[in-house]
Design a protein around this ligand. Structure first.
Ligand SMILES: [Zn+2]
Length: 229
C-alpha cells in the first residue's frame, strides 16, 4: 500500500528537517563567496596561500585536503568550494584539518629531534626508497622506484596532504602510489608556483598516522635529493 503524500516516513521528515536547518545554519555563518582555486590538478582544486575549502552547507572551513573534504569530493563534488580565508565568516576551523596539521608537525618534530621515547613504533626498515623521474605531464610528476621495492610499496598508503619537499620547501603534494606495474610509480602534484627539478628523488616511509589504516606503511614525504657537493 503506498504511503499517502502528507505522511512522509519519520526518517524522511527527519532528513528534510536536518537539511533545512543545516542550510539556515550555513547561511547564518555568512554568505559563501567561491573563488577560483589557485590551480587544478586532474580536476582537483588546489589551494593558494590565502584560500580554504568550504562545503555548501558546512559550518567549518578546511585548510587541508582532510577526510571530510576528500569524502565530499568523492560523493558530492559540487558541494565543495574554494574561498578566501578572509571571507569564511563565522565558520570555524575544521578539527580534522587541525589534527592532521598537528600530527604532521609532531611527526616532523619527532624525526628532527630523534626522540625514541615519543615514537610509538620503530621506523620501518628501508624507510627511504630512491626514485627516478619518469616524466612530467599537466603538472603531475611521475617518479618510479626500483622493482626491488615493489612489495614494500604495495603495503604503503598515501595519506592526504603528503608533501613533496625541494630544498626544504613544500613544492607539491603526493597524490597516488601505483604499485601495479613492475616499477612502482609515485604521482606528485607540483605546486603551480614550483619549478620542476630534474634529478634523483626519494620517498620517505613511516607508519600510518591513523590507527584504522589498512596498510602498515605510509608515505611521510617525497624529497628532491641534493647532489653531493
Ligand atoms: Zn577539514
Amino acid at each position: 500500500m503506498p504511503i499517502p503524500k502528507r505522511q512522509r516516513s519519520p526518517l524522511i521528515r527527519k532528513y528534510l528537517n536536518v537539511s533545512r536547518s543545516a542550510q539556515t545554519e550555513a547561511r547564518r555563518l555568512g554568505e559563501l563567496k567561491p573563488v577560483e582555486p589557485a590551480a587544478r590538478r586532474e580536476g582537483l582544486p588546489v589551494l593558494g596561500d590565502d584560500q580554504v575549502y568550504v562545503l555548501k552547507y558546512g559550518t567549518d572551513y578546511h585548510t587541508t585536503w582532510c577526510q571530510v573534504v576528500a569524502d565530499t569530493w568523492e560523493c558530492a563534488p559540487r558541494r565543495l568550494f574554494v574561498t578566501l580565508l578572509a571571507t569564511v565568516g563565522e565558520r570555524t576551523r575544521c578539527t580534522e584539518c587541525d589534527r592532521q596539521a598537528k600530527a604532521a608537525r609532531v611527526s616532523a618534530a619527532q624525526e628532527y629531534h630523534q626522540q625514541p621515547r615519543l615514537t610509538p613504533e620503530p621506523a620501518p626498515p628501508d624507510a627511504v626508497v630512491p626514485l627516478k623521474v619518469m616524466g612530467m605531464a599537466h603538472g603531475i610528476l611521475f617518479l618510479a622506484a626500483g622493482q626491488e621495492y615493489r612489495e614494500r610499496l604495495k603495503e604503503t598508503a598515501v595519506e592526504p596532504a603528503t608533501p613533496l619537499y625541494v630544498d626544504g620547501r613544500r613544492d607539491g603534494l603526493v597524490v597516488r602510489l601505483d604499485s601495479a606495474s613492475d616499477e612502482p610509480l609515485l604521482l606528485v602534484q607540483l605546486d603551480p608556483r614550483a619549478t620542476f627539478r630534474n634529478g634523483p628523488y626519494q620517498v620517505r616511509l613511516r607508519h600510518p598516522l591513523r590507527r584504522s589504516a589498512t596498510k602498515p606503511y605510509a608515505v611521510e614525504s617525497v624529497e628532491f635529493v641534493q647532489p653531493a657537493p
